[in-house]
Design a protein around this ligand. Structure first.
Ligand code: FES
Length: 275
């Protein structure tokens, strides 16, 4: 699918917690046409072709300190409304500016980027577990929705420090059973996500996104149980297009590869995590 730089209007900026905001962006036909200009052979841009697990690069306008676009996972897509949801964590100047953007302002996004999660060839009776922690829950909501639309039966295992830190819980519950782990036990199983008994059930696949120690621990358990596992890496990115090489990851089959173009999703068997 062609990558485009598209102006989108902020139709809603929902502050979920002190650290997270959910931006809902909408594209007009006019802005899509403008983004496609100059490409006579291109099909019209279709939001339904955005794959779960892909990401966008958002331009931060009017900032004296942030010059590079910021990579943000696709949290949800509504193709009929030409709508994109981005879950943004305030991590620095750029993302703080993004979290404070007002309704009706425009942001420019390059999309869709990266590969996305592997979807099943035979979704009937496919029962995967989608494991997320922190902002890592972001790509799992759209993945869950697409899997359900295909006829699969996803379940979710969400991890957070406290009940208040769980993000979009009711949205996840629309697409499957939700298991929960919190550090302080304020909801769900107390302790790390790896201590949740749901993790070791016989799943067809584990998809995981979150902090690196969490992903490595989940991948190790999946391996012990002979469950295929895919993770979405959050390596530092700059260009997002395979040009600057700041996001490389060493793989068992192809050596150093760019996470922004070859990933961000990898089968854990490709990563050198178990040596
Ligand atoms: Fe520049 Fe990946 S972010 S090569």
């Amino acid at each position: 699918m062609r990558k485009i730089a598209l102006d989108m209007v902020v139709t809603e900026n929902r502050r979920l917690t002190d650290s997270y905001s959910l931006l809902i962006l909408k594209a007009s036909e006019k802005d899509i046409d403008a983004a496609m200009e100059g490409c006579t052979s291109c099909e019209n841009f279709d939001f339904s072709e955005i794959r779960p697990g892909q990401f966008v690069q958002v331009r931060i306008d009017d900032s004296k300190t942030t010059f590079l676009r910021r990579p943000v996972s696709v949290n949800f897509v509504s193709p009929a409304d030409k709508e994109l949801h981005l879950l943004v964590r305030r991590a620095g100047e750029g993302t703080r500016a993004l979290c404070e953007i007002s309704k009706d302002e425009k942001v420019n996004v390059v999309l869709p980027l990266g590969n996305g999660f592997t979807l099943p060839d035979t979704p009937e009776a496919y029962r995967p577990l989608l494991v997320g922690g922190g902002v890592g829950v972001a790509p799992l909501l759209y993945l869950g929705k697409v899997l359900v639309d295909m006829g699969a039966q996803p379940s979710f295992l969400l991890a957070a420090k406290t009940a208040e830190d769980l993000l979009l819980l009711n949205s996840f519950r629309e697409y499957g059973a939700v298991y929960i782990s919190t550090d302080n036990g304020s909801i769900g199983v107390p302790g790390l996500v790896t201590e949740n008994p749901a993790l070791t059930r016989p799943w067809d696949m584990i998809y995981c996104c979150g902090p690196m120690p969490m992903m490595k621990a989940v991948a190790r358990i999946a391996r012990q149980n002979s469950t295929p596992c895919e993770v979405s890496l959050e390596n530092t990115m700059a260009c997002g297009l395979g040009a600057c090489l700041c996001c490389v990851e060493d793989t068992a089959d192809h050596g150093n590869v760019c996470v922004c173009t070859e990933g961000p999703v990898f089968s854990t068997e490709r990563l050198k995590w178990f040596d």
